[in-house]
Ligand binder design. Sequence first.
Ligand code: GLN
Length: 380
Amino acid sequence: MTTSTRGASKVPAVLVLEDGRTFRGRAYGAVGVTFGEAVFSTGMTGYQETLTDPSYHRQVVVMTAPHVGNTGVNDEDPESKRIWVAGYVVRDPARVPSNWRSRRSLDEELAQQGVVGISGVDTRALTRHLRERGAMRVGIFSGNALPDEGVMLAEVRQAPEMKGASLYEEVATPQAYVVPAIGEKKFTVAAVDLGIKGMTPHRMAERGIEVHVLPATATAEDIYAVGPDGVFFSNGPGDPEKADHPVSVMREVLSRKTPLFGICFGNQILGRALGFGTYKLKYGHRGINQPVQDRTTGKVEVTAHNHGFAVDAPLDRVSDTPYGRAEVSHVCLNDQVVEGLQLLDQPAFSVQYHPEAAAGPHDAAYLFDRFVSLMEGQRA
Ligand SMILES: NC(=O)CC[C@H](N)C(=O)O
């Protein structure tokens, strides 16, 4: 069988894992060198949302979907103003992108934003390797004159690790801004930006919420200055153990019993605020078809995930915390990892996954309605 190589780069590239395994391919996107944590995403669709999710900062994302870039790049789907992944690994890039919204090819977009990628990699073998050995540091090197493997490996081993990395301030907005409510304004929410995805304030705005997005450095004073009915803590990159400032701000919010909602990094921050630990998963959850059970209703939902860390809270009992009783509200059915927390004595909850669903199924949209109910309850 012959395959067309139209559009495919001829520039050689090599991916070097920190344990010494290498994969050879061709340059995809920008030509150069990049380092990060190698992780895999199992989403078959939604590559633009993945690339622009700030939680992927410093991660080199391997797509398990074998054919990437089919629908090109449009101006509507990005979740932030730029691509955040540190590198991109695909098996077979689209030769002819085709979609009515497409403005340019993914290869062009990556190159234009200076994102180094590699194509022609056996992404199934690479994913199996990461699944067995765990997420690890990686480098992608492309160009016509590549260094020796030993030199590349030494550079990969000098790159910073994800464990212990404090990254949320690098991605968060430096300035506060407001996302207006769509239709009648019913509530005001202060949303602490730790790497927020654009769809999250949008999902709130659709429910009549005016969202004041605040920088990660916001204090409790800044939060209460907007007169919030509720407070939200966003998703974000890096190790939650290094997020001391948001943890202490959240504790102030909890002590004032303001309705509180957190997503992903926000769930880990709530875990820490309550006194639970967090830990690094072997290879994490990234994709858009992860089964999660809501333990309150027993219902199972199919959900979007992007997390490499998790909260260490007991599944079999209610815990006493400085803010009253807390329990694990959601659990991942693949591996029993904690996927949500809720307080029983005050209006606060969070989930480890992505109800904003960009990309992903909409099963978990009810969580935004739960947040609205908590704010309604507080007013009544
Ligand atoms: N999407 C997120 O908020 C990710 C949270 C955290 N950085 C993790 O990897 O677990």
